[in-house]
Design a protein around this ligand. Structure first.
Ligand SMILES: O=P(O)(O)OC[C@H]1O[C@@H](O)[C@H](O)[C@@H](O)[C@@H]1O
Length: 240
């Protein structure tokens, strides 16, 4: 059975099932505002990570969005991001996601609805449910044809790497094998916090159950008033 679920806080997709398979890691108990929820697919905007002076990963993941679900298997999350501290702009953000057959398709749209141009970084931060990250690999990155997490010393240190963008890569894990196809983004960020993490918002052992493979914009993009940027991530179950 296919379905998808999102919450208003952060406009965040939390869970999606494809042919009955759970695609995203999402703990039972999620942090509530103002702490960003760890799991599902956080939206990062207008700053990726600490690439600037704004709050880490921007404002979008800690604001309340409007979330609609009019058709089964589809969600639409929308945020009019108005002026924030150190960010005197206005942006309309839309995340539209659907599950159909063996795909989850996520569109992320950013429109400048203010009167001044702004420059942004950000993207989507999916927490893929892999079962055991130490038995998981990513294939098809341009600079690392096979990224084997079992060989990354995740018992002692995190992995936090960006890789040049490619149209599609594959994630092989005990939970699922998926192809990740993107357009519009400029890097794949790969992150797992390792067994040594100090995250307080997930059960400690859960570090091993997920990996984040994130289609992101790391090179600042400028949008003039009325200009729109669109990115897409499609997650497709594959057999091999
Ligand atoms: O703990 P946060 O703020 O949700 O960030 C999680 C991780 O997100 C990744 O995108 C970053 O590359 C990591 O550096 C960061 O630690």
């Amino acid at each position: 059975m296919n379905n998808i679920q999102a919450q208003t806080f952060g406009g965040q997709i939390l869970r999606a099932h494809l042919l009955g398979k759970e695609i995203f890691y999402c703990p039972e108990v999620l942090q509530s505002a103002p702490t960003p929820a760890r799991g599902g697919v956080p939206v990062l905007f207008p700053q990726f990570g600490t690439l600037g002076a704004l709050p880490k990963h921007g404002f979008a993941r800690t604001l309340d969005w409007q979330v609609f679900s009019m058709l089964e298997g589809c969600v639409s999350a929308n945020l009019l991001l108005t002026e924030q501290e150190n960010w005197p702009h206005r942006a309309q953000l839309n995340v539209d996601a659907s599950v159909e057959d063996e795909h989850v398709a996520i569109y992320f749209e950013v429109r400048n609805v203010g009167e001044t141009a702004f420059t942004w970084t950000g993207g989507l931060h999916p927490y893929f449910l892999v079962g055991d990250v130490l038995k998981t690999r990513v294939e098809g990155l341009l600079d690392t044809p096979v990224l084997d997490f079992g060989a990354q010393q995740l018992e002692t240190r995190d992995i936090d790497q960006h890789h040049p963008i490619s149209p599609s890569i594959r994630l092989y894990s005990p939970n699922m094998n998926v192809q990740l196809t993107q357009s519009g983004f400029d890097a794949w960020q790969v992150w797992n916090p390792s067994a040594q993490h100090a995250l307080q918002d997930i059960p400690h052992a859960d570090w091993q159950r997920f990996v984040c493979v994130e289609p992101v914009v790391l090179t600042p993009k400028t949008l003039a008033p009325n200009e729109t940027w669109v990115g897409q991530l499609t997650i497709t179950l594959i057999d091999e």
